[in-house]
Design a protein around this ligand. Structure first.
Ligand SMILES: [Zn+2]
Length: 403
């Protein structure tokens, strides 16, 4: 599939014209996605002239190891930070293709309780056939192993790792871990997909968050094909923002809720990543995956104004109009009920699960369809034509632990 992304991302690569080493495919092929590398017959790589030239890949140097072309390896990254007297090795899965191409990195569980991304990374890495891959896919299924083991979003010192990138070698524990990951792995990536879920007791429709004012990031986003695409530069200190700032185009893929593995959302995420691999010219075959176009959205949170027990009425992905009932908050003592109405019309792309809420709780994330021209105006800080009142009620929910 020819897209601008292919050329843009491949443009910076130095292609070594050496002979590919002996292929050793150690990947376990499970549940191949129809139309992906694992399911298709191996044929000539498609896409841009750089990849399509049939150039072979050279050995990949990563984390003090050499990975031969056409092979799958499990490497280890350690931040060298000890909380329990021993430092912990974090698995890094590498599918290094026989053909030259970009290094696409996938990170998951930067927040240790976000499980869907772990499964997405596992599926992608084990479904890829390195022998017919052009480029490299590096997957870190569980970046925050400390948090994962405790079922926690945070590091043991209660810090949010995704606010400390690119980190500092001499900073706090969180800052040192961030620095180690950024320096040892992320700087070796040509593009990054950081996979998240909604924060505690909230769930997200599969969607991309991306700084669409950056042309390379926009092209990367469009490689996912048909997906909800929200413009945001990303929180300060987030992995995707730091990577983008370092010249590595990055997006956040959101899917589902923490502490749960949701098969349908995992499937959507895996399919989106394979469409991206196809768009980047990394997959074999001359029949491109059906992709469709992403749809641009701007979103704003609607908050509960009363405390009590929230029962949601709307559904994730539902289209709502101004005045529709989204949920009901009931005071458990007085039995007083307060209804949360939609104050903008749009698509429900994120929402709270049923729970006890305080006044001010970010309950429903409503996205309004827009176009790239409007996104560009918003990104540039200029006035927008999309939806009267939208600007004044703009609420990205970042202080509520988003992303
Ligand atoms: Zn997260």
């Amino acid at each position: 599939m020819y897209r601008p992304v292919t050329l843009l991302l491949l443009a910076g690569f130095l292609l070594a014209a050496c002979t590919p080493g002996e292929a050793s495919n150690a990947s376990a092929l499970t549940e191949p996605v129809p139309g992906t590398a694992a399911a298709s017959s191996g044929s000539q790589p498609v896409a841009g002239p750089l990849v399509g030239s049939g150039e072979g890949a050279s050995e990949l140097a990563l984390l003090d190891r050499m990975v031969p072309p056409g092979s799958f390896r499990q490497l280890a990254w350690s931040a060298g930070i000890s909380f329990e007297g021993t430092s912990t090795d974090t698995p890094v899965l590498v599918a290094h293709g026989s053909g030259a191409g970009p290094v696409l990195c996938l990170t998951a569980a930067v927040h240790g309780d976000e499980l869907n991304g772990i499964e997405i990374v596992r599926r992608v890495l084990h479904e890829i056939e390195p022998g017919s891959l052009s480029g490299t896919v590096v997957g870190l299924p569980i970046v925050n192993l400390h948090g994962f083991r405790r079922g926690s979003r945070y590091l043991p010192d209660r810090r949010d790792l995704n606010r400390f990138f690119p980190g500092n070698a001499n900073g706090s524990a969180a800052s040192r871990i961030a620095w180690s990951l950024f320096d040892n792995v992320i700087r070796h990536c040509d593009a990054l997909v950081d996979i998240h879920t909604g924060s505690l007791n909230r769930t997200n429709l599969p969607q991309l968050r991306a700084d669409l004012s950056n042309a390379e990031v926009r092209d990367l986003s469009e490689g996912f094909g048909d997906i909800v695409l929200l413009h945001s530069p990303g929180p300060d200190g987030s992995l995707r923002r730091a990577a983008t700032d370092a010249g590595i185009p990055a997006v956040t893929l959101e899917a589902g809720e923490p502490m749960r593995v949701d098969a349908a959302k995992v499937n959507e995420g895996v399919a989106g990543v394979f469409r991206l691999l196809d768009a980047l010219g990394m997959l074999p075959g001359d029949s491109p995956l059906p992709a469709g176009e992403p749809v641009y959205y701007r979103s704003s949170w609607i908050r509960a104004d009363h405390g009590g027990i929230l029962l949601t009425v709307t559904q994730l992905g539902q289209r709502v109009e101004i005045g529709d009932v989204l949920g009901i908050v009931t005071d458990p003592v007085s039995s007083e009920q307060n209804i949360i109405y939609a104050t903008i019309s749009g698509k429900v792309v994120g929402m709270a699960l049923n729970q006890v809420v305080m006044p001010g709780f970010a309950a429903f994330n409503i996205a309004v369809e827009t176009d790239m021209a409007d996104v560009s105006r918003v990104a540039a800080g200029r006035a927008t034509e999309a939806g009267p009142g939208l600007q004044s009620s703009w609420d990205d929910g970042l202080s509520d632990g988003e992303e």
